[in-house]
Write a protein that binds this ligand. Structure first.
Ligand SMILES: Cc1cc2nc3c(=O)[nH]c(=O)nc-3n(C[C@H](O)[C@H](O)[C@H](O)COP(=O)(O)OP(=O)(O)OC[C@H]3O[C@@H](n4cnc5c(N)ncnc54)[C@H](O)[C@@H]3O)c2cc1C
Length: 460
């Protein structure tokens, strides 16, 4: 039986934590107040100080920096080359390429924080097909890059070329995206947090905040700031200005004990980050000490933005992650699962994050909707939010992440109920496909519904 999910994640045990900064007390004036100390808030604070070194920037975090998904994730770091096939129809070729090129600056920014310190491993990202229905997604990714004139960003791999990187009886073919890496996420949080303090950002932890135009308030303090950046990710899903565009799903990971000899045996020693080509994909990677992390994005759907136990204690999703590990990498069967944990992912209707300013407020800026892919893109988010909150109109605010019209999801309770039906249908189809069966017709029909409404959710 799978280990029950619990917090903190193993990443924090390995990284260790610095002493928390004091909670906010009393009144403070600032030029910009950032709410939320995950990757988005931390990169934003850093980008603000780079643009305006003399600006007074205050960051308030409800718990400690990285206590949300930023300290719990799989540590896959990549931009948008792997998403080109979805981006081109959504944004058009030029905007899609512009976004993917902007994303190439993410890994160098992480590297600049100290590659060894954050366990940066630039082994690329590999998408494998692990069932007949997944072949099309791999082919689609290769074709999209070739059509856009960037074939080198999505290199097709036949079965033997996949096996040269990692051996599995179920991998049929793959596509390799060179622009991908992994990190130890809690180490990245710690490095960013230290850097933010070094450059003079005033950080307050254990300070859950409420915000409105010009003011951020906590239990015992207040920040008066003309510019406010809301970087609270899944906690913003019930917030009226963004609620129509985003919902929360659970994502869970399991982590094995160190298994370096087994990794040698299956030939997975190149540090590749790997995903299969499901809708609720499996994502898997190795760590510096020879463990394997396997994640499944098939967790429960939230309701009205509430962040409750379904995002931290859902044993069924952790069990699906373990099932994925055993099916996809049977050569690791002797590897014991040591830990499991989970968190919410903020899924937008088109699976892309969005950044903007609350209409009418003029000065309350937000960014979320990473859809389970925010470790790298939060760096782009930091650039965009820093530009928005310093009144700049530049290459960052011109990105489609800040300019496109974001599709809406249905209102609650339809969002939760409809989402639940579609989620179950997709899972039934993907399970049937892996077992070599045809899914029942109702499941096949329900799984295609979101696409009919222009949403990037459904079977591939
Ligand atoms: C299990 C799991 C695996 C994942 N794996 C990957 C992966 O491998 N690669 C990838 O790219 N993405 C992955 N993701 C997604 C990724 O972790 C997120 O997209 C990213 O961390 C979002 O960063 P953030 O700063 O926007 O949000 P968060 O990390 O959620 O930070 C928001 C912060 O705001 C704070 N906060 C909330 N409300 C308030 C308030 N009222 N006042 C003050 N502070 C507040 C929270 O405490 C939190 O620290 C994964 C997510 C999960 C859950």
């Amino acid at each position: 039986m799978t280990v029950q999910p619990r917090l903190p994640p193993w990443w924090w045990d390995e990284a260790g934590a610095d002493e928390p900064e004091e909670a906010l007390e009393g009144d403070v004036d600032a030029d910009v107040c950032v709410v939320g100390g995950g990757f988005t808030g931390l990169w934003t604070a850093l980008a603000l100080k780079e643009r305006e070194p003399s600006a007074c920037v205050v960051l308030v975090e409800a718990e400690t920096c990285g206590s949300g998904p930023s300290g719990r994730n799989g540590g896959f770091v990549h931009g948008y080359w792997a998403s080109l096939a979805e981006l081109v129809p959504l944004l058009g070729r030029d905007s899609a390429l512009e976004l993917a090129r902007a994303g190439e600056r993410i890994v160098p920014a992480v590297r600049a924080l100290g590659a060894d310190d954050v366990w940066l491993r630039e082994g690329g990202l590999l998408m494998v097909s692990a069932s007949p229905a997944q072949d099309a997604a791999v082919e689609h990714a290769v074709a999209a890059a070739a059509d856009a004139g960037v074939a080198e960003q999505a290199v097709p791999l036949e079965a033997d070329a996949v096996a040269a990187r990692v051996r599995s009886p179920v991998f049929r073919r793959g596509v390799f995206f060179p622009d991908g890496a992994t990190v130890q996420p809690a180490r990245l949080v710690r490095a960013l947090r230290r850097r933010v303090l070094d450059v003079g950002v005033e950080l307050h932890e254990h300070s859950p905040a409420a915000f409105r135009s010009g003011e951020v308030t906590t239990a015992r303090g207040r920040v008066r700031a003309p510019e406010i950046v809301v970087a609270i990710n899944a906690a913003a899903t019930g917030w009226r200005p963004v609620a129509r565009h985003v919902t929360n799903f659970g994502s869970y990971v399991v982590l094995t004990e160190p298994v370096p000899e087994l990794l040698e045996q299956i030939g997975w020693t190149g540090g590749e980050a790997i995903v299969d080509a499901r809708m609720f994909l499996h994502y898997f990677r190795t760590t510096n000490d020879g463990r394997v992390l396997m994640g499944s994005g098939s967790g429960p759907i939230g309701f009205r933005g509430k962040l409750d136990a379904r995002f931290t204690s859902d044993g069924a999703t952790a069990a699906r992650a373990e099932h994925g590990l055993r099916r996809l990498l049977p050569g690791l069967a002797d590897g014991r699962i040591e830990r499991a944990w989970g968190g919410p992912i903020d899924v937008s209707a088109d699976h892309l994050p969005f950044f903007g300013t609350v209409p009418g407020s003029g000065h309350v800026h937000y960014g979320l909707g990473y859809s389970g892919h925010g470790v790298g893109p939060s760096w782009l988010g930091g650039q965009i939010l820093a530009s928005l909150s310093t009144g700049r109109d530049d290459e960052w605010t011109a990105l489609a992440l800040a300019t496109r019209r974001v599709p809406s999801l249905p209102p609650e309770p339809l969002k939760r109920l409809g989402g639940g039906v579609v989620r179950s249908a997709i899972m039934a189809c993907e399970r049937a496909d892996e077992d070599g069966r045809r899914a029942p017709l109702p499941a096949r029909v329900a799984a295609t519904l979101p696409r009919l409404f222009g949403m990037e959710i459904g079977t591939r």
